[in-house]
Design a protein around this ligand. Structure first.
Ligand code: GDP
Length: 882
């Protein structure tokens, strides 16, 4: 190219001459005017200069562009939310930085820009991978947890700890955020994420590579920024996780972090989690994450006995007693650690604490019986029979028992029989026989009523000169109800008027059939007076015993029955115990009903100290803490504490529980009993005359259907006695009083034991009721409440008015509107209503016990001195069979 001047060159370049001169000067070419010649060399210098300048400027522009782009994206990104502005601010900052990039290090940095981007992608990949692994780990942990609930804590911890090894704790925190961030941001994520990285990280760029978490940590805040206010910088960083923390994941976050820091944090976290959940119990929450594993409350099946102390209950749930106390406090009950709470409360507490309560009968003596029965399954050996003597009064029961003792026990005993402890045993050539030394039906039925069948054989004493009498028949009924075989002792055979044959025939009518009549009952003629036939009687008893094949374990914990019990001035509580199975030893811990103790001393019926007693051997023991009840079960326990616990427990609640269980038959319960697969409808009939009970028994027996068999356990003439109630209790029978009433003792016992007594005056009423019960169609129950008893002391016959009785209220009270039952000699002679009730000629509404009163009966004038008036009210109660 030819030489040219500056102006020409300026024209070529389309630049003002002055600018060109400036540039040329800057490039070091000294030109001052447009006419100055410009050489090729000058041009090259200028070009070089410009290139150099240009290169720098281009770089600056690039940076600026990047910034601008970011801003634009931000804007479009923020269509929905105006807060993007703040992101722009950040870009501006970038701008400021970019403004000084001539500094040396800057050009070095441009290298990283692509790097962070790549790193970002990689980081994200790794995050995703980490997330997957974390999720996998959590799933595995969750599975492990459900599979092995007991071991969960460890397993899940291990699993969870093992999993995050690769991604480090932080990514753990990511999944929840990331999911949202990534999906929401989608494409912008790349730019957006890189923007701050570019800008701020430019300085920190090296970090990006190292912890993957760093990038997400920066990105995450932005993700969340879309929602709430984003404050720049560290604030966003802090808030980020918090925001993300709103649902379950937050919790996971914390945990993950804690895990990263300290291992024990898990458990504490777990417990927190549990606690926070304890209220609402959102168990589902934890299903998804591995970190909730330790917090899964272990649902235990907690057996709850009828009573339990707070401490024990806590122990069973593997929590501190304080926890239980707290829960109970919330329930409004203040308890102490040693306080014993009842089953119902304990069940509520257990379910409140997230466990499953299970009814247990640990304190139920039956469970012990079962336990020991299982224990002593081994060696059952033949045991002596236990015999009870029954019969009509004055037929010689006591005499016979004495005669047997004399005949056998006295042998070799200096001083002979010295003691009466309620039972004794005799040795016969064929073995030992044990007699219960309390003749009569009461002892027999009382024990049966309490559930202990002690007697193996009944000796029915019938005086040969007297024959079968009412109590003879009653005894037969008792024996039959208890399914105990009878051996008849025809006593007083020494008497000239004795007629044993007549006895056999009379008993035939009561289904006690002698062998010679083709039956199985042994009849032995004896004389308690002369001792005649005693040996034969013992032989018969042995024979009967052999037939029964009585067996009991010997080497086992003792079980037995308290026959008698009393408080001895010198020795404290003493009890006669009949060991039924096992062996009772001195020093044994025993539990007798609601009384416990340790056998301090043991005597036989002769007052001789012994150290052990086997089956069917009666002994008198000392060492019980209190007087036991006759008829109570007694058993040895290995643990004195347990014995005390149960005894205390029984003293409280158990009696009621037992009583409830003993709830005798009620007419209205017949159907319930049927549902339980129960027995026939058992009835005891007491009537004023023989014709009544025979007629009633006949009519009622005829009501038997295929499902319900009416079984008359006992029927007799006379008032209802304690013995009848005991029999009813033992045989779950309903007592029917036909024109008779229960005496005070019987009434009390019936009330106490829940025996149903029904009074009737018309056979058809009784028949209708029983029929209805069988058919399940009972009409509303007429519930009778006895208000009181009034005794007639004087009788005044007043013309026009009728008979007025001067009375004394001996029990309860009498009301004017009440009904009365007039009882004379145990038999109801009239049922009606009061006509008038006065005190000192004044009409009154009621008179209480201990006061006198005058009264007259409606339409009845035959009131006699000595009559008793049972005052009662009848309320109709709708029947509820369910
Ligand atoms: P329990 O009421 O059944 O206990 O009868 P007891 O044993 O009290 O006897 C009543 C009465 O009958 C007493 O006076 C006895 O002496 C008398 N007794 C008892 N057994 C015999 C006997 O075998 N022969 C005679 N002759 N009298 C007897």
């Amino acid at each position: 190219m030819a030489k040219s001047n500056v102006t020409q060159f300026a024209e070529e370049l389309k630049l003002p001459v002055t600018l060109l001169i400036e540039q040329l000067q800057a490039a070091g070419v000294k030109k001052k005017a447009g006419d100055d010649a410009i050489t090729e060399q000058d041009k090259t210098r200028l070009l070089d200069y410009l290139r150099e300048m240009h290169g720098n400027k281009e770089e600056k522009k690039k940076i600026t562009l990047t910034r601008k782009q970011t801003t634009e994206i931000k804007k479009s990104d923020a269509t929905g939310k105006a807060r993007t502005i703040q992101v722009e601010v950040r870009k501006k900052r970038t701008f400021v930085k970019v403004d000084k990039p001539e500094v040396a290090p800057e050009p070095a940095k441009p290298v990283p820009p692509p790097a962070p981007i790549i790193n970002e992608v990689e980081a994200r990949k790794r995050e995703t991978e980490a997330r997957r692994q974390a999720e996998l780990a959590s799933r595995q942990a969750a599975e492990a947890e459900t599979k092995a609930k007991r071991v969960i804590k460890k397993k899940a911890d291990e699993a969870a700890e093992a999993a995050p090894v690769v991604p480090t704790p932080a990514p753990e925190a990511e999944p929840s955020k990331k999911k949202r961030v990534i999906r929401k941001k989608g494409e912008d994520m790349a730019t957006e994420a890189e923007a701050p990285v570019l800008v701020e990280v430019k300085v920190e760029a090296p970090k990006v590579d190292a912890p993957v978490g760093a990038a997400p940590a920066a990105a995450a805040p932005e993700g969340t920024l879309h929602r709430p206010v984003l404050k720049p910088g560290e604030k966003a960083d802090k808030k980020g996780p918090k925001r993300a923390a709103r649902p379950a994941s937050a919790w996971v976050d914390d945990q993950a972090r804690r895990r990263g820091i300290k291992t024990r944090g898990d458990t504490s976290g777990g417990r927190d989690g549990w606690r926070s959940r304890a209220g609402g119990r959102h168990r589902d929450e934890e299903g998804g994450t591995s970190f909730s594993a330790p917090s899964e409350p272990k649902v235990l099946e907690v057996p709850i006995p009828e009573t339990i102390s707070v401490g024990d209950l806590a122990h069973k749930m593997s929590v501190k007693a304080a926890e239980v106390i707290k829960v109970m406090m919330k329930m409004g009950t203040m308890v102490t650690i040693n306080q014993v709470i009842d089953q119902d409360t304990a069940m509520i507490v257990v379910s409140e604490m997230g466990h499953t309560p299970k009814l247990a009968k640990l304190d139920d003596p039956e469970s012990f019986l079962v336990e020991s029965a299982a224990n002593d399954g081994a060696s059952h050996e033949t045991r002596p029979p236990v015999v009870t003597v029954m019969g009509h009064v004055d037929h010689g029961k006591t005499s016979l028992l004495d005669a047997i003792r004399k005949a056998r026990v006295a042998v070799g005993e200096a001083g002979g029989i010295t003691q009466h402890i309620g039972a004794y045993h005799v040795e016969t050539p064929r073995g030992v026989i044990t007699f219960l030394d309390t003749p009569g039906h009461e002892a027999f039925t009382a024990m049966r009523a309490r559930g202990s069948q002690v007697t193996d054989i009944v000796v029915l004493v019938v005086a040969a000169d007297d024959g079968v009498m009412p109590q003879t028949i009653e005894a037969i009924h008792h024996a039959k109800a208890a399914k105990v075989p009878v051996v008849v002792a025809v006593n007083k055979i020494d008497k000239p008027e004795a007629n044993p044959q007549r006895i056999k025939q009379e008993l035939l009518a009561h289904e006690v059939v002698a062998e010679e009549f083709g039956g199985e009952v042994q009849f032995v003629e004896v004389s308690a007076k002369t001792g005649q036939g005693i040996d034969r009687l013992l032989e018969s008893l042995q024979l009967q015993s052999e037939v029964l094949e009585l067996k009991a374990p010997v080497n086992a914990p003792a079980r037995g029955v308290v026959i008698e019990s009393r408080l001895d001035k010198g020795r404290g509580p003493v009890a006669t115990v009949l060991v039924m199975s096992g062996t009772l030893r001195k020093g044994d811990v025993v539990l007798a009903g609601a009384v416990f103790g340790r056998v301090r001393a043991m005597n036989d019926e002769n007052g001789k100290a012994i150290s052990e007693a086997g089956p069917a051997i009666p002994v008198e023991i000392q060492g019980l803490q209190d007087v036991a009840r006759a008829g109570d079960d007694i058993m040895t326990l290995s643990d004195e504490r347990k014995a005390r616990e149960i005894a205390l427990f029984r003293q409280g609640k158990y009696r009621d529980v037992k009583l409830a269980k003993l709830q005798a038959a009620k007419l209205e319960n017949v159907f319930d009993q049927l549902a339980e697969g129960a027995k026939p409808l058992a009835l005891i009939i007491k009537a004023d005359v023989q014709g009544s009970y025979e007629g009633l028994a006949h009519a009622l027996t005829k009501l038997s259907t295929e499902e319900v068999k009416v079984n008359i356990v006992h029927s007799a003439v006379g008032g209802i006695t304690e013995s009848d109630i005991n029999l009813a209790l033992a045989s779950k029978a309903v007592v029917i009083g036909f024109n008779t009433r229960a005496d005070a003792a019987a009434r009390k016992l019936a009330e106490h034991s829940g025996v149903d007594i029904r009074y009737y005056t018309i056979i058809y009423d009784a028949v209708d009721d029983v029929k209805a019960a069988i058919g399940g169609m009972l009409s509303p129950e007429r519930k009778e409440t006895i208000l009181g008893v009034v005794e007639v002391r004087n009788v005044f016959k007043i013309s026009k008015v009728g008979t007025v009785a001067g009375c004394m209220v001996t029990d309860g009270l009498v009301r004017r509107a009440s009904s009365v039952r007039l009882v004379r000699g145990g038999v109801v002679v009239h049922v009606g209503e009061l006509d008038s009730l006065k005190r000192f000629k004044e009409d009154v509404r009621e008179v209480k016990s201990g006061f006198e009163c005058g009264l007259s009966l409606k339409n009845y004038n035959d009131v006699q001195v000595g009559d008793q008036l049972e005052v009662f009210e009848v309320v109709e109660v709708a029947r509820t069979l369910a």
